[in-house]
Write a protein that binds this ligand. Structure first.
Ligand code: SAH
Length: 225
């Protein structure tokens, strides 16, 4: 009778006990994400819950932007991590506006790092789906708006941080106006194939602007659908 070498049980456990989300966070750290809270939150959040069953197998790939219907995509984990890290950069933001709720994945990351998240989506079905998904997951500090977010969300302004998850030709003036003094906005800007991630800091008398990465986002559209 053949006897296989006994399994090193503790070694096997160590290799498999990291969840898919934790392994994703490990990979994000290898790719240069350094913010410990972003890595912790993304290492615990089950991204497969934000996509259709057909895409579950790819949900934890760092560079996977997957379809969520209505010609939209869930943002790549690597980009969610970079945008969140850039938005927070050492500060805990009390109030954050997200434009482009989509699946609600980025919303769920922000909701664990900020006191209150206001998130606006122009596709009604996506907004409603994200609302019921996040409330089912126990989130209580997220306000969902069905509106054209390129106009911001005036009743709750100003915001310490604004994160836009769809690309515009420019940063809309309305968003800059709704940013609190010392607030930060992060948004992809440009045309398809030619987008940069823009970071705008509101100072006392002026804005400071930096472009930090090449990115690829669906377009920021006007009106509601
Ligand atoms: N953060 C989302 C990204 C979804 S893609 C996620 O990770 O799932 C971008 C989203 O922005 C889409 O759902 C799209 O419908 C929405 N969007 C585009 N233009 C918009 C606008 N003017 N106002 C609000 N949402 C907009």
């Amino acid at each position: 009778m053949n006897h296989r070498a006994p399994l090193n049980v503790s070694g096997v456990k160590a290799a498999t006990s990291r969840s898919p989300a934790q392994r994703l966070a490990d990979e994000l750290a290898r790719q240069g994400i350094t913010h410990p809270d972003v890595l912790r939150v993304m290492g615990q959040l089950e991204r497969h819950r934000f996509v259709d069953g057909a895409f579950h197998a790819r949900a934890y790939e760092p560079q996977s932007a997957l379809p969520i219907g209505f010609a939209q995509t869930i943002s790549q984990p690597a980009v969610v991590a970079l945008m969140t890290q850039t938005l927070l950069e050492g500060k805990r933001h009390a109030r954050v506006l997200e434009v482009g709720t989509g699946s609600g994945y980025q919303t769920a990351v922000l909701a664990q790092l900020c006191d209150t998240v206001f998130t606006v989506e122009r596709v009604r079905a996506l907004s409603e789906q994200a609302r019921s998904r996040l409330s089912g997951m126990g989130f209580r500090n997220v306000h969902f708006g069905y509106a054209d977010g390129s106009q911001g969300w005036l009743p709750y302004a100003p915001y310490d941080g604004i994160l836009v998850t769809a690309a515009g030709a420019e940063v809309p003036e309305a968003l800059l106006k709704q940013l609190a003094p010392h607030g930060r906005l992060v948004m992809p800007v440009g045309t398809p194939g030619q987008q940069v991630l823009r970071v705008v800091d509101k100072r006392i008398t002026r804005y400071s602007v930096q472009d930090i990465a090449q990115v690829s986002f669906v377009p920021l559209l006007g009106g509601k659908a």
